[in-house]
Every structure is written in C-alpha cells, then in structure tokens.
Design a protein around this ligand. Structure first.
Ligand code: FES
Ligand code: FES
Length: 169
C-alpha cells in the first residue's frame, strides 16, 4: 500500500506534455527538469538527435522548435508544450532523402556521424530562411555545430551544393 502510494506520487510528480514532433502529435510524461533532448531520446525513442556536450556547445542535439533552431539539451521538454518540434527523423520523406542528406553522402561530409544529424537540421534551418547562402554565411550559420572529423570543408560544399539543387527545384 505504502509502496503503491509512493509510485503513484512519483507518477503524479511527472509532467504531462503534448507537442508535435515531425508533424505527429505526441504526449508523454516527463520530469519537470528533463531536457527536450532526453525526452526525444529516452521517452520517445527518437535517437537520431545526438548528445555531444549536454551544455549547448556542440550543436549535436540541434532541432527546431516552431521553426527556430535550438539546442535541445538547453530547453526543458515542458517548455515545448504545444509547440512544433522538427528532428532529423522528419527530414527524409519516406525513402526519399532530403537534398541535404543526399549531398552529405555525395560529398562524404561525415565520418563518425555524431555531428551529422545536428549539422543537417541546422543546415536545413538555414536553407529554409536563406535559399542562396554564400560560403561565408554557411560557415557562420554552422559555427555552433562542431565536427571533430571532417575539417568542415566537405560539409560546407555539401550545403552549398544542396542549396543549388533545391533552387533548381
Ligand atoms: S549536446 Fe546540446 S549542444 Fe552539445
Ligand atoms: S563526422 Fe565525426 S564529429 Fe562530425
């Protein structure tokens, strides 16, 4: 009885959150201090979004919330109540890769892949705002996304190439 009461109290202490993830409405229980990153990975089993630093420094956890690029390790899941979250899992349409994903593969713009989902989400956020960025604009925009493997050149080339393909429609 006592144990059941404790369990019920713990469940009640968790917060009920509803949001849209990649167009699908989801709802879940989470801790009041649980990050959006943790909920995506641990509660919703969407492990495409990566944890690098957990402190807002690497960009591996990048997602968009209501169209705004953010580090999901820096926002609480409860803060995303009622909002629209887009993650790497929503980038391809079925089997059809997004042009950014295709160009990352063509340019070999990934090695270990830990930074790649965040890079792709960030790059898409850039191209959604600016379909024809200069190389400097791409480098500036992606400055918050760290890569320990590629040296960045292939990533920048892939983004510029994808932008050109998307402009041609
Ligand atoms: S894991 Fe969020 S910025 Fe590094
Ligand atoms: S491909 Fe390894 S960190 Fe970027």
């Amino acid at each position: 009885m006592c144990r059941n009461f404790k369990s019920a109290a713990l469940v009640m202490a968790r917060k009920h959150v509803t949001m849209t993830v990649n167009g699908d409405e989801v709802d879940f229980l989470c801790e009041a201090d649980q990050s959006l990153l943790s909920v995506l990975r641990d509660e919703l089993e969407m492990t495409g979004t990566k944890e690098g630093c957990g402190t807002g420094d690497c960009g591996a956890c990048s997602v968009t919330v209501d169209g705004r690029l953010i580090c999901s390790c820096l926002i609480l899941a409860v803060e995303a109540e009622g909002k629209s979250v887009e993650t790497i899992e929503g980038m391809a349409e079925g089997d059809k890769l997004h042009p950014l994903q295709t160009k990352f593969l063509e340019h070999a713009a990934l090695q270990c892949g830990v930074c790649t989902p965040g890079m792709l989400v960030a790059a898409k956020a850039l191209l959604d705002k600016n379909p024809d960025p200069s190389e400097t604009e791409v480098r500036y925009w992606l400055a918050g996304n760290l890569c320990r493997c590629t040296g960045y050149q292939s990533i920048v080339e892939a983004v510029l190439d994808a932008a050109a393909v998307m402009r041609r429609g």
